[in-house]
Design a protein around this ligand. Structure first.
Ligand code: ADP
Ligand code: MG
Length: 475
């Protein structure tokens, strides 16, 4: 079924509201409620600036289409509010899985569907209650988590909380780090541990959910007028874990609700575990009082992986899968795929599947062949110019120094790092890289690469710096 409730002709608008059949009117009502919630979530100013012109396109199976008058608005709304609009639609109508945000075909004038029809505000039907606890991934346990320098502190904190929740100094536990570095894995591990072993024989009730799910449930509760139950349900758990808290940035109402839940639980001596992509102080966009409270317990950073950790993880995964992967292949993967563990795992799985399927020995050649496209995607991402700019910015020198003849250490070192990263992150040859750095010889590039490699193995802070740059360039 496809429903079109408005169409643009010669820049004018023809709204066929009067022709809506009853079920279509139901859709319009849902849309009206979604808009109202949207407005409440983002606030009046943002709503007027960006969202007032969002119109309803129609519904087709489990997909809703919403329309915007211009491509610019479409891109902006899609990027900034896509998740929120989807969550709100899902809260409104659980059958909906996807929201398609597009521009109106035809001339680019705003269809006047912004205001909901007057008859729109029928009482909401209570939604089916979702489970408090999101399902946990069986594979994400402490046993399967590989510990190394970059994550040992976070791991130790997670262990500690799993052993004795709500210990002073560890509440809340705030885990943060880039994508795919193991935040969710550690949270699930804590949840497994506590829900299977309890604490000193006593049962412990654990609620784990993503911040997105938290918002979705909160909005659902508002809609079905069951906020009190929602609150009570959450406040009755012993441990509350919220994953990817950054999702709440800009969602003021939900943030407010979370803040109250947070306080109620901490005051009652319950444990909170939070993950996010940044530290509390860097999560600008969260309310100050919330950020302050988030940073009050233990804050643990999951650092970018090192080569050694990546090798250990690959070895563990290969062993678990019961496949023999030659050291050379593991090394190749660990060198090429550095951005996050998820990608690394994906590449290994793909190799293993390929080897199984074709009953072939895994070799470096097959690895190259099978991962050709993946590796190309990694290569394509960064240019030498970007690398030079990022590194220059990081060390506070001018980009032009990358090609200058100056040899002062404070300039030569960043230049060497940029050369090293160019070698690691692009498929350019050594002479080619040399040319980008003021026409230097390929032996100079080679020297830079080995010097940086050497320094990284000797100096952990230096290595961390370089890995950080690499991560920033890759993402
Ligand atoms: P995040 O939540 O930080 O984005 P995840 O916890 O989802 O990352 O981790 C991504 C994938 O990488 C998961 O499959 C996880 O099991 C795996 N992973 C990450 N770090 C480790 C580790 N130290 N040991 C084993 N697996 C890991
Ligand atoms: Mg995660």
């Amino acid at each position: 079924m496809s429903l079109q409730i408005g169409s643009v002709r010669d820049g004018g608008v023809v709204t066929k509201a009067s022709q809506l059949r009853q079920e279509d009117a139901g859709l319009a009502e849902q849309w009206a409620r979604v808009r109202t919630r949207l407005q409440a979530e983002v606030g009046e100013v943002e709503y007027r600036t960006w969202l007032k012109q969002v119109g309803l396109g129609g519904i087709d199976g489990d997909e809703v289409t919403v329309i915007l008058p211009t491509r610019f608005l479409r891109d902006w709304v899609s990027k900034e509010y896509g998740d929120l609009i989807t969550a709100l639609w899902q809260a409104e109508n659980p059958a909906i899985r996807r929201v398609d945000i597009r521009t109106q075909p035809g001339r680019g004038t705003a269809p006047n569907l912004a205001e909901p029809p007057a008859a729109a505000l029928a009482p909401a039907v209570p939604a089916a209650r979702a489970d408090v606890i999101a399902p946990l991934d069986q594979r994400f346990t402490f046993e399967t988590f590989v510990v190394g320098k970059p994550n040992e502190f976070a791991y130790a904190c997670a262990r500690r909380v799993a052993e004795s929740p709500a210990t002073v100094g560890f509440n809340p536990l705030f885990l943060y780090g880039g994508v795919g570095l193991g935040k969710t894995h550690l949270m699930h591990a804590i949840a497994w541990e506590l829900s299977t072993h309890g604490q000193g024989g006593a049962k412990v009730s654990v609620a784990y959910m993503s911040a997105e799910k938290f918002m979705y449930r909160f909005i659902n509760a508002l809609r079905s007028q069951s906020t009190l139950e929602f609150k009570n349900e959450l406040r009755s758990v012993d441990v509350l874990m919220i994953d990817d808290l950054q999702f709440l940035i800009g969602k003021d109402n939900t943030q407010e609700e979370f803040f109250h839940t947070f306080n109620a639980l901490v005051d009652a001596g319950k444990q909170i575990v939070i993950s996010a992509d940044k530290s509390p102080s860097d999560l600008s966009g969260l309310e100050d009082r919330l950020r302050t409270r988030l940073g009050c317990g233990m804050v643990a950073d999951l650092h970018a992986t090192t080569f050694e950790l990546r090798i250990s993880i690959l070895e563990a995964k290969a062993a678990r899968a019961g496949v023999e992967v030659p050291g050379k292949v593991l090394e190749f993967l660990a060198r090429k795929i550095t951005s996050n563990v998820r990608e690394l795992e994906g590449a290994l799985n793909r190799l293993v599947a390929h080897a199984n399927l074709f009953d072939r020995q895994l070799t470096l050649e097959t690895a190259h062949e099978v991962l050709h496209d993946v590796l190309k995607a990694f290569d394509r991402k960064v240019s030498i110019q970007e690398i030079q700019k990022k590194v220059a910015d990081h060390y506070n020198i001018r980009v032009s120094e990358m090609s200058s003849p100056r040899r002062a250490r404070n300039i030569a070192r960043p230049r060497q790092i940029a050369m090293y990263l160019a070698k690691q992150l692009t498929s350019k040859s050594l002479p080619d890289i040399g040319r980008h750095f003021g026409d230097r010889d390929h032996t100079t590039v080679m020297h830079a690469v080995s010097r940086v490699t050497e320094l990284m193995s000797q100096d952990a802070a230096f290595a961390e710096d370089v890995e950080l740059l690499r991560r920033m360039l890759e993402n």
